[in-house]
Design a binder for this molecule. Structure first.
Ligand code: ADP
Ligand code: MG
Length: 308
């Protein structure tokens, strides 16, 4: 089987995106500034970010057997993301998320079909995972994730985890086995605070490191990222972006670019985070999770202009 370097296990969804002048209150009706739909989903976006950087990658997950599902698979193919293990499920509905943007900041309402449109443990292909370099997951489907991690671990495949707030709410006891198997955990600050029950990213990172996770990278929006290992703790500032259009997919772009830098190109943690901050800074200047995801050349040009 062709060796795919990075495998994503998780969700792919349709994003309906409306830009709003302000957020309406209960019983209020307002006109949107724009209305569009895009392909999205945390893990799927992560893979597209990687593919734009010319690293081979594939998606393990499911869509419904419906037009939205066909659209998502076509989009993956256009982006050269491998879909041999992306399944169309007859009795499932492709999830649609609703995203509202006010002055560049996103609010996301997730589809209940994120939970119901999923693979069975028996759908996992051992060789596909075992022959990759990195398994990245958002832990959306817990039992499936546990099994995939078991396969990865016993075949020396590195494990990277994105921890979003709504997954972190399952609590430490539910997630600890998965989190402790990770080589790197990359939550945003909400996810990190919730899983550790702490008040700031520094405390959250220290708690996770003390539990035994080797590398914790917490993304903090416009404040950049906090790298923590047993040896050091350091903030890598974000780039100043004058006109932020849409921060949807910022974290996914960061995670994808970081994974390419750290696991494939074998750069240092710090250099990988600077590269990933630049990738995310470019992304947030376009509408839609994937529209602004850059190529290597675009990132290099941007970093040369900024001289950091
Ligand atoms: N307003 C911003 N200005 C500059 N960079 C940003 C901004 N928002 C996000 N980023 C970049 O995107 C990364 C991820 O954003 P964050 O909001 O922490 O994740 P998520 O999208 O998962 O909530 C940040 O670490 C930073 O590099
Ligand atoms: Mg995120």
């Amino acid at each position: 089987m062709r060796n795919i370097k990075i495998i994503g296990l998780g969700e792919v969804v349709v994003d309906w995106v409306a830009e709003l002048p302000f957020f309406p209150g209960p019983d209020e009706k307002i006109d949107a500034i724009s209305e569009n739909y895009f392909s999205g989903g945390v893990t799927a976006n992560f893979l597209v970010a990687i593919s734009r950087l010319n690293v081979s990658c594939g998606f393990i997950g499911a869509v419904g057997k419906d037009p939205y599902g066909d659209f998502l698979i076509e989009e993956f193919k256009k982006e050269r993301v491998d879909v041999r293990f992306t399944k169309k499920k007859a009795k499932a509905k492709t999830p649609v998320n609703f995203i509202f943007i006010v002055e560049g900041e996103k609010t996301i309402i997730q589809s209940p079909h994120m939970q119901t449109t999923k693979l069975e443990v028996s759908d996992l292909n051992l060789n596909y995972i075992a022959s990759s370099n990195l398994l990245h997951t958002s832990i959306i489907h817990q039992e499936l994730t546990e099994k995939a991690i078991q396969i990865a671990k016993s075949n020396n495949v590195k494990i990277s985890i994105d921890l979003e707030a709504q997954i972190a709410r399952r609590g430490w006891d539910a997630l600890k086995e998965i989190l402790l198997s990770a080589d790197v955990v990359i939550p945003n600050k909400e996810g990190a605070k919730i899983i550790t029950n702490t008040k700031n990213p520094q405390e959250a990172a220290n708690t996770l490191i003390n539990q035994g996770i080797p590398i914790v990278i917490i993304t903090m929006g416009k404040k950049g990222v906090l790298i923590t290992t047993e040896e050091c703790q350091k903030v890598i500032p974000a780039y100043d972006v004058e006109k932020i259009v849409d921060t949807t997919g910022a974290g996914d772009t960061f995670n994808g670019a970081f994974s390419v830098g750290y696991w494939i190109k074998e750069w240092s943690l710090e250099d990988s985070c600077k590269f990933a901050n630049a990738a995310a800074a470019l992304k947030i200047q376009s509408l839609g999770a994937r529209s602004g995801m850059p190529t290597i050349d675009m990132i290099q040009k941007f970093m040369n202009e900024r001289k950091i």
